[in-house]
Design a protein around this ligand. Structure first.
Ligand code: ZN
Length: 496
């Protein structure tokens, strides 16, 4: 190739890249006008999306079909649009508690339904592509906000055995389409960092392997190049927060088998983002990413992308914690030593699984300098001891109103006892934990895998307390907006 034509190609691909990044920013800035406003957090259900799907039937560019039913009889829908020769198949929420992309798909349906904006872009996409969506593959899991289906089968381990109706539906649709491109849309745990960057892995990609040897097949190579291109675009939006999911071959998973059967599969995992437990920012990033991907598939520009970009994406590493308290001092006998305390919250579903509360557990103690916290507090110069339980019990819930938290904390206590055996409460808004009578209250301790209740002093005076993992500044107790635990309803009471 002549030098001048090489320069021309580089120049032109630079222009295309700049245009694609501009498009992504245009999508980002106009997002609010397309966002599906009825989906406001992660715990929406099948009943929330059915009316939205029914509305789509009125739009002549979208086709809506029922393609299957869940174990509990909820309809699984296929929504399609476009008349291009390249087929793209996207499916979300095969794990019921992984809804971020589902919400983004409904934002995209609004985007495609709108007749006034991005008209040329949409016309172009739909002339090049035929796009198929299954939003919420696992509606029964979504109902309980749990990963698995109602038989406790992980749908993403059921592509071969085909026992769950949901996995059968997904496989049937895949077989009927034989799409060139597939998007396997998930959420991953918040505890992953992008390599050792100290940033959450907010979006993790993978071009799944089709065999144990992780061989490069043409479909897999295309998926890698497309991911490389998407990473370049996303670097404008969430630099340092993009990671790569483990490429270990899983013979029972959909993505791995779809790759083996000839589709270029992109796994997209929404992880964590600071200050965004409900993942509404990551939902927006999903929207921008998926529309950018469709544009790239339509114009084919990603095939010029080298593999280096994909190779250079840092791996998912389990280096994030919800909270880290750093540089605390523990005094024991005559000695004192320095520790960091890392805490993770577990989300516990409440009743209808429409809501949740948080239950903290100490994840690690010691030198946690390689970890990063969603929230971090440097407590150099402070000493720490475990929060105790006040020995005199209160007779009723009403009596709790009498408690002055600052007084309780000065006694070194973070927990109280009530003389009752029953309550409807699953958690409490009070800045102290509540034990029901008859519960054995073990010795307070600071220990891994146990509860996170701490008293933090400076010059012997209590300055901060930690109740169920939430830090309370004694100079501003009213700012508390965490939740404490009511123990007695829960069968196990580890750590107290
Ligand atoms: Zn998943």
């Amino acid at each position: 190739m002549k030098k001048t034509s090489l320069i021309l190609i580089i120049f032109l691909s630079g222009i295309i890249m700049a245009q694609e990044i501009q498009l992504a920013w245009d999508l980002y800035h106009s997002y609010e006008s397309f966002k599906e406003k009825t989906l406001v957090n992660r715990r929406f259900k099948h009943t929330d999306i059915v009316p939205l799907i029914e509305q789509l039937k009125n739009n002549k560019i979208l086709k809506v079909e029922k393609v299957g039913k869940s174990v509990e009889g909820r309809d699984i829908y296929l929504i399609s649009l476009g008349s291009g020769k390249t087929k793209v198949f996207l499916w979300s929420q095969m794990h019921g508690d992984e809804p971020t992309a589902t919400a983004a798909l409904f934002d995209m349906f609004n985007f495609f339904s709108n007749e006034n904006e991005f008209v040329e872009f949409k016309k172009y996409l739909l002339s090049q592509l035929s796009i198929y969506f299954i939003p919420m593959v696992n509606p029964d899991g979504a109902e309980q906000f749990q990963r698995r289906n109602i038989f406790e089968i992980d749908l993403n381990r059921d592509v071969l055995r085909q026992q769950s109706p949901e996995a059968i539906t997904l496989k049937n649709v895949f077989d009927s389409l034989k799409a060139e491109y597939g998007f396997n849309l998930h959420d991953q745990g918040r505890n992953y960092a992008a390599g050792n960057s100290f940033n959450p892995a907010s979006i993790s990609f993978l071009a799944p392997s089709a065999d144990y040897e992780k061989n490069l097949t043409q479909p897999r190579e295309n998926a890698m190049k497309l991911i490389g291109k998407l990473t370049r675009i996303l670097n404008d939006f969430i630099p340092g927060h993009i990671a790569k999911y483990s490429d270990d071959y899983e013979p029972r998973a959909f993505g791995d088998n779809f790759t083996k059967w000839g589709t270029s599969v992109v796994l997209l995992e929404s992880g964590g983002w600071r200050g965004d437990r409900e993942k509404q920012f990551l939902r927006k990033i999903n929207y921008v990413t998926i529309l950018s991907a469709l544009n790239n598939i339509a114009n084919g520009s990603f095939v010029d992308q080298d593999f280096e970009m994909y190779e250079s994406i840092p791996k998912n590493e389990e280096l994030m914690m919800d909270v880290i308290f750093r540089n605390l001092k523990v005094n024991k006998n005559e000695n004192s030593y320095k520790i960091d305390i890392g805490i993770n919250f577990e989300e516990i579903n409440v009743k209808s699984a429409k809501d949740f509360y948080l239950k903290a557990e100490i994840e690690d103690i010691g030198d946690l300098s390689v970890f990063s916290g969603y929230d971090e507090f440097d407590l150099s110069g402070y000493t720490v001891e475990p929060g105790k339980t006040k020995s005199e019990a209160y007779s009723s819930y009403d009596e709790l109103k009498k408690i002055i938290p600052a007084e309780l904390y000065k006694e070194g206590c973070t927990n109280v006892i009530i003389q009752t055996e029953k309550t409807d409460l699953e958690y409490s808004p009070h800045p102290f934990n509540i034990f029901l009578n008859k519960l054995i209250v073990p010795e307070p301790k600071i220990k891994t895998e146990e509860a996170a209740n701490l008293i933090i002093r400076k010059n012997n005076e209590v300055k901060f307390v930690v109740v169920n993992g939430f830090l309370i500044d004694l100079s501003n107790i009213d700012a508390w907006n965490g939740n404490s635990l009511v123990l007695g309803l829960i069968n196990e009471t580890p750590g107290f």
